[in-house]
Design a protein around this ligand. Structure first.
Ligand code: PMP
Length: 350
């Protein structure tokens, strides 16, 4: 797809949009007296509006991610970026998107809120990408395909080559949600942004970065798509404390913590098959493991009664009998395995 064709995918009302210009957008120089935004002049630490364009943060993150600042959008969690895709590209009641299933639930929720049809394409039984069915589900009104790699809740990653095929053969936006990419052996698609103008990559500070409470999600795309996202978002979508703490966090690496999670994931994955009630441990490239058991509801209740909460995915398409277990600290994983030992021995709570 050519970059000029992306413009045609944008909803006509958005193409014509005259965005809100904040007081701080209008002047870029150095100013000492701020009488432009009707803020309180009394210093509380937070009396000034935050930078609406998150310029410092974008400039700091760009070299870390190997992209340019104009390739980066910050959202109030990835959920804001998901919602913007619908608001920018999909005419309510007319356009549709295609998404894999099972996958992250917010794609479908956001679609419903925006009155956009989601055509869910169930993954193959081993959770691999059903390329032919994915493209067959698209029609002239399909504006976007949502992929997630590593996928939540299955934990597997799709190869870059498989995703390139989708990017090359679909005339719309392809979103690849890389929330769990730091735990994954398949490289990120960020290096392919220049090659594919229809690619939008989501990442987040909520997982490997350990800042879920700050609410900071990321979208990476070509400068045109990013400029439209910046135009449609709420003017001050990233608050001042989030910008400040995220900037400070970027001084620290995450390699040691990621290595610890990956090692713990291997440990839990190796321990699970020894239990007679475990039917299948799905290979994971993320910070969680999907496991199929004899009676997911019973085991879930037992773990809850033991003070451990996991995610019951029993009722999710393709995940009957499955629990999704997040990898915790070593001592938390110890408690999980101890509780599973008790369950195995018939000391069932709940
Ligand atoms: N994408 C995926 C695939 C997720 O699993 C999650 C959270 N579980 C998110 C996005 C949410 O990210 P954020 O905290 O940035 O909204």
């Amino acid at each position: 797809m050519k970059s000029d064709d992306i413009r045609a995918l944008v909803r006509p009302n958005i193409q014509k949009l005259c965005p809100y210009s904040t007081a701080r957008d209008e002047y870029k120089g150095t100013i000492g007296v701020f009488l432009d935004a009707n803020e309180s002049p009394f210093p509380t630490g937070w009396n000034r509006y935050p930078d609406p364009r998150q310029t410092t943060l974008r400039e700091k993150l760009a070299p870390i991610k190997g992209v340019k600042p104009e390739n980066i959008f910050f959202g109030n969690g990835s959920d804001e970026a998901i919602d913007l895709i619908f608001r920018i590209f999909c005419v309510p009641g007319k356009d549709n998107v295609v998404a894999i299933a099972p996958s992250y639930g917010m794609y479908a929720v956001s679609a419903s809120i925006n009155d956009v049809e989601v055509r869910e394409v169930v993954l193959n039984e081993d959770f691999s990408l059903p390329y032919d069915r994915l493209l067959a589900a698209c029609d002239a009104d399909t504006k976007a395909i949502f992929l997630c790699s590593p996928n939540n809740p299955s934990g597997n990653a799709f190869s870059n080559e498989e995703i390139f095929k989708v990017l090359e053969n679909f005339n719309g936006i392809v979103i690849v949600d890389e929330a769990y990419i730091d735990f994954c052996s398949v490289p990120s698609l960020l290096g392919s942004l220049d090659r594919y103008p229809n690619l939008v990559v989501f990442q987040t500070f909520s997982k490997a970065r350990g800042l879920a409470g700050l609410r900071l999600g990321l979208a990476f795309s070509n400068p045109y798509v990013i400029s439209v996202m910046m135009m449609v978002k709420y003017p001050y979508n990233i608050n001042a404390s989030t910008q400040k703490f995220a900037l400070a966090a970027l001084e620290n690496g995450i390699d040691a913590q990621v290595a610890e999670i990956v090692a713990q994931r291997a440990r839990v994955a190796a321990a699970l098959p020894q239990y007679s009630f475990v039917r299948k441990v799905y290979p994971s490239e993320a910070n969680f493991i999907l496991v199929k058991v004899d009676d997911a509801n019973r085991l879930y209740d037992h773990l809850i009664a033991d003070g451990i909460i996991v995610r019951n995915r029993n009722r999710v398409v393709g995940c009957a009998g499955c629990l999704r277990i997040t990898i915790g600290l070593p001592e938390e994983n110890d408690k999980l395995l101890k509780s599973l030992n008790d369950y195995e021995k018939g000391n069932i709570r709940g």
